[in-house]
Design a protein around this ligand. Structure first.
Ligand code: G6P
Ligand code: MN
Ligand code: MN
Length: 417
């Protein structure tokens, strides 16, 4: 089968290729089309991808295209992984909110809203093109903010599923701690993209989360950056994105004192691109391990394989709520375990969610709805309303101030501004 990767010139692509090469039985690919408007990157990354596949003895060819139509024709699945404005725009997302006392993060809070404003129109345009050039193809969205982007895609009627590596990362980490294979571990994962909690960790049906927190609490707490006392008392494992909520002010202080993640990543990207340009390099560079994308290739392979082969297994994905969490509107996009088959993803039933988590989920869901309205229809007032609805912003004067600054800083990416 043919798979297309929109944003294929990303420095992350070799992570994907490494997974495709290792998991070739699960997903037999004959062509990987890399689509990107940046021809320099496309050349470097496709060269690297071809060498990696050749080295692994994988028969797939790597093709390149600068237009979506050309790249996706004949593809059964289209992965979208792009970052509008690159690390420079991300740097603004991570630093500008700090000036107003708010966390600077590319998917959470004001930075995530700025990213949504830049990204939603572009991804919708790409999806329209995919729908015409490859109407049968599944769209797998890795593009952040995944919750809002997936909501935009589903609302527009596309065959899309949103994906993130947080859940598979926990599954792999817990399996290693417990000394079992990852397939035996299933997560009671609930919430929205980048706003989730693991409420159970089942191995062959038994909930071992209490045992995990007893024996491995410290290392789990260190990995998510939250106090071990908190997670033991709550008896759940929040994702590391919850740190931006539970320790908001401490994070702001920390962020003000060090370079942004965007600056770090930009430096890594230069080094990665230099390696991709080297004809002697034909395996995934270790430096890529320092990026946040661990296991994202595995989650992509698993999802696409189940969609194409109608496997009916369970995976954590982003999909329409449709009553799964009864305290949210049907059209909200949630991140929960779902059965994956040829017809798409169907959420598994979720135990009633405690107020401690349900309150925040509902609050951020309202923000996401308003963020999407702002991204689709524009206007500084809509941007300010979304920020007013966000639990990490919420004050009227801060919302107005931030809205004006974000719009001004992103003007080049906003057709309406
Ligand atoms: C994790 C998140 C992704 C995010 C990435 C950032 O993988 O799930 O949604 O894009 O981290 O990683 P980076 O190395 O760019 O900071
Ligand atoms: Mn993610
Ligand atoms: Mn509307």
């Amino acid at each position: 089968m043919k798979l297309a990767v929109v944003g294929g010139g990303s420095t992350y692509t070799p992570e994907l290729i490494d997974g495709f090469a290792r998991l070739r039985e699960e997903l037999p690919l004959s062509e990987i089309a890399l689509v990107d408007p940046d021809e320099r990157r496309l050349g470097l990354v496709s060269g690297m991808a071809s060498r990696m596949l050749a080295r692994a003895g994988h028969p797939a060819t790597v093709s390149t295209a600068t237009t979506v139509e050309e790249g996706v024709a004949g593809a059964q699945a289209v992965l979208i992984q792009l970052r509008i404005g690159g690390q420079a725009a991300r740097n603004v997302d991570e630093t500008l909110p700090l000036e107003c006392g708010c966390v600077g993060q590319e998917t959470t809070g004001a930075g995530g809203l700025a990213k949504a404003l830049r990204t939603v129109p572009v991804v919708l345009d790409i999806a329209e093109r995919v729908a015409k050039a490859a109407p049968e193809a599944w769209i797998v969205d890795f593009t952040n903010p995944v919750g809002i982007v997936t909501r935009a895609l589903l609302q527009a009627g596309h065959r899309a599923i949103g994906l993130c590596n947080v859940a598979i990362g926990f599954q792999r980490r817990f399996a290693a701690a417990l000394g079992v294979t990852p397939e035996r571990v299933s997560l009671g994962h609930v919430g929205l993209n980048h706003l989730t909690w693991e409420r159970s960790v089942r191995v062959d049906g038994d909930d071992v989360l209490p045992r995990l927190l007893d024996g491995h609490g410290e290392e789990i707490a260190a990995a998510i950056g939250l106090p071990v006392e908190l997670i033991r008392r709550l008896g759940v494992v929040p994702s590391y994105y919850l740190r931006y909520f539970y320790e908001h002010d401490a994070v702001v202080t920390e962020q003000r004192a060090k370079p942004s993640r965007a600056a770090e990543v930009a430096a890594m990207e230069e080094r990665l691109l230099a390696m991709y340009a080297d004809p002697a390099v034909d395996t995934k560079p270790e430096l890529l391990e320092k990026r946040g994308g661990a296991f994202y290739s595995e989650s992509a392979v698993a999802l696409i394989s189940s969609l194409v082969n109608d496997r009916g297994d369970t995976q954590v994905v982003n999909l329409r709520n449709d009553g799964t969490l009864p305290f949210l509107p049907g059209d909200a996009v949630i991140e929960v375990p779902a059965r994956i088959g040829a017809a798409g993803a169907t959420a598994l039933p979720v135990d009633p969610v405690e107020p401690l988590y349900a309150g925040l989920i509902a609050h951020v869901t309202a923000y996401e709805a308003l963020a999407l309205e702002a991204a689709l229809h524009g206007g500084t007032d809509r941007v300010a309303d979304a920020l007013l609805a966000h639990p990490l912003i919420g004050q009227a004067s801060v919302s107005r101030d931030l809205a004006e600054r974000l719009v001004a800083a992103n003007r080049a990416f906003l057709p309406w501004a």
